[in-house]
Design a protein around this ligand. Sequence first.
Ligand code: ZN
Length: 193
Amino acid sequence: MATRRIYICGEPILRKKARRVRQVDGELIELLDDMAKTMREAPGIGLAAPQVGESVRAIVVGEVGDDDEDMVIHKLINPRIVEAEGEVEGGEGCLSLPTLQGIVLRPQQVVVEALGPDEEPVSIEAEGWTARALCHEIDHLNGKLFIDRAERDSLAWMIPDEDDESGYRLQSVSLAEALAMFQRLVEKAGAEN
Ligand code: ZN
C-alpha cells in the first residue's frame, strides 16, 4: 500500500465524469487500498478516485463507530444513491480544497448500492455524517465539488490561531478568492514536478 498525491481544485481531472468500472482487477484493488491509506493519513473521512488522479468510479468512506478508535472503511465500486430522504445543513470540507469549509444541504439519510472489492453487491444505509460523506464522494465521480453546492456566504478558510482552543479560526472567503488560491497551489505543484 502506498499513499498517493491528492489532486487540488483546478486540476481538470476533478471536473471530469469518472468512468464506470467494468472489471475488478488487481490494479483497482490496489487503488482502493492506496486510497484508504491516503485518506487515513490526510486525515479525512472520504476520498474518491479522481482525487488521486484516477478517473474511475471508486470511493472510500470512513465510518466512525461508537468508540472513536475503530473507523470502518467502506471501499465502494460504482456506487450510486438509490434512496435519499430528508434534508440537513452541515459543514463540509474536502481534501482537494485544503482548509476550505462551507455549509452544504444534503439528504439526512441515503441508501447506497455498489460493488465491494470482492465483487459482491453491497447496500449501505447511512445517515448524518456518513450519508453526507457518501453524497460528497459520489459527487466527485460526476465532477462535482462541494463548492458547487455550498451556500455562497458560508465559505471560510481555517486559519491557524493559537489563541483558539481548536487551534484555528474561520475567516470568510469569497469563492473567487478561494479558487485563485487553489490555482496558485496547482501551479506550485506543477512547478515542483
Ligand atoms: Zn472531496
